[in-house]
Write a new protein. Sequence first.
Lengths: 175, 87
Amino acid sequence: MTLARRYHATLADVAATYLPSRAAAAVVVQDTWLAMLSGLDDYDGQVPFRSWLFGILVHRARSAGDGGRRPVPAAGYTAGPGRFRADGSWVLLPLPWPEDAGERLCGPAAQPAIRAAIDALPPGPRRVVLLRDAAGLPGREVSGVLAISAASQRALLHHGRSRIRQALEQQVREG
Amino acid sequence: MALFGRTVIVCRKAVDLLTDYLEDALPVRGQARLEAHLAGCPHCAEYLRQLQTTIEALGRAEPDAPSPETCGDLIAMYQRWAAHSTR
């Protein structure tokens, strides 16, 4: 159960980015655990175990869902809509966050807001943020698991991080 | 805006490059240009700090533990698999 405690929730979250419901994602995750058990003898260790496991999941979720082949978002979303003038300078300056913002955002009270910010992302940025920032896979492993280029991975990651930063602004100020 | 050599990096471009910067994916000259911009632009530097705080918070977020029902399902699945694979 150690593996399940460590990876089950993230597997379900990533599967949900491909599928229309959490129930459908749960079926794919169960299927992934079974495939992992059946394939353990063939696991050669050439990629880290977590990447192998997430790779099984993504393959199965793609097959069960819409394929996850949505286009990478254009580089239009950065700090949020309307924050820059046409010449590229700031219109809405990023107001400094309080000194204790990091401490607050890492505490239990901020967890629902972080969860909601992740859930509000489009599927592409969401799955990259889940794998890179939440699960802590290196960027090259995320690219491998999702079978996307390193540049696409970083574009999706930037999109996701930027939107989450914006969503957390209110949490930081109201604390 | 910041001038570096003959190239201007505007704030919008600097913000666009921040994840590439944090992921060590910028070429050496691009990194130098961005760092020069950040040194002269407190707003983009503040945005970078906020992005780093966001990333740290995402890394500290604990995924939900599987519910007792899910654990039961997984154990049952494992037992079925083990029984089947030892036949």
